[in-house]
Design a protein. Structure first.
Length: 270
């Protein structure tokens, strides 16, 4: 397993890419509403990435035809934007990526539209918090599987949710998807040691029912086989040369969220 290790100057460029992704997702969160199409969201993202001096790492990736992935309700990931209209009560998951000077950023959010069922809000809250739990567990000196173990333990503590098995997080750098693959479940204490310069995208994907999925005829959209609703959150983070983490795709570098775990983020990329 060859894991790409980045130096500080390379991480500074990754932060630019990650910040553009975070800003784009924030813009989409502010503009999304019932009645708009998923293609309209894609247009907003494309314009903002271009305005920020980046290019989409999704568009054309293995033939993917859009700038972002937009997945609604029982669509968990990889939904293709198009004519579908977003409705009140929907869960909309948006995955976004950008490249600046050859370095990648990648993050995702799930958003409840209008009046959202309490069970759906709990699903999204659980998924988002499990992501932060995973990042907190992936500290300098930890083992890779400590991340997935922490994510699974947290999700299981919150109720009966399906954790997708076929999809997970990944390394990120000069390519969007690199080694290592990061599971969202499993035993801790295994795998490579997490060290400075290692950048990982942490992305739990869960459903309110079965973890089993299938891919639709468009060869991209992943849906739950039992039609249960899902949520997807993702952030890319790195262990900086000083041994402290920094969340490349969070607007504040993850400072506020990781402080809840007693973790101080690095100032090297701030």
């Amino acid at each position: 397993m060859a894991i790409q290790i980045k130096d500080l100057e390379q991480l500074k460029v990754m932060r630019r890419a990650g910040l553009l992704v975070g800003q784009t997702l924030q813009l989409l969160r502010e503009n999304i509403k019932a009645g708009m199409t998923t293609a309209a969201l894609d247009a907003i993202a494309a314009a903002n990435i271009k305005r920020g001096g980046g290019t989409s790492n999704f568009l054309g990736y293995h033939g993917f035809p859009a700038t972002i992935c937009v997945s609604i309700n029982d669509e968990i990931v990889h939904g293709i934007p198009g004519t579908r209209v977003i409705n009140d009560g929907d869960i909309v998951s948006i995955d976004c990526g950008a490249i600046i000077d050859g370095w990648h950023g990648d993050a995702a959010i799930s958003i409840g539209i209008g009046t959202v069922a309490l069970e759906d809000q709990k699903l999204m809250d659980t998924c988002e918090e499990s992501m932060w739990v995973g990042i907190a567990a992936g500290k300098n000196g930890a083992r890779l599987s400590d991340i997935g173990h922490a994510i699974e333990q947290y999700i299981d503590s919150q109720g009966k949710y399906g954790i997708l098995q076929e999809y997970g997080g990944h390394g990120i750098g000069t390519e969007m998807h690199q080694e290592p693959h990061v599971l969202n479940f499993g035993k801790g204490g295994n795998g490579p040691e997490i060290i400075p310069g290692m950048a990982l995208a942490i992305e739990p994907m869960i459903t309110r029912g079965s973890p089993k999925t299938k891919v639709l005829s468009d060869k991209w959209t992943v849906v739950s086989t039992d039609q249960s609703r899902g949520a997807h959150f993702e952030n890319s983070y790195v262990i900086c040369p000083d041994g402290k983490p920094f969340v490349l795709t969070a607007l504040d570098g993850g400072k506020a969220e990781l402080a809840r775990f007693g973790i101080e983020t690095s100032e090297l990329l701030a």
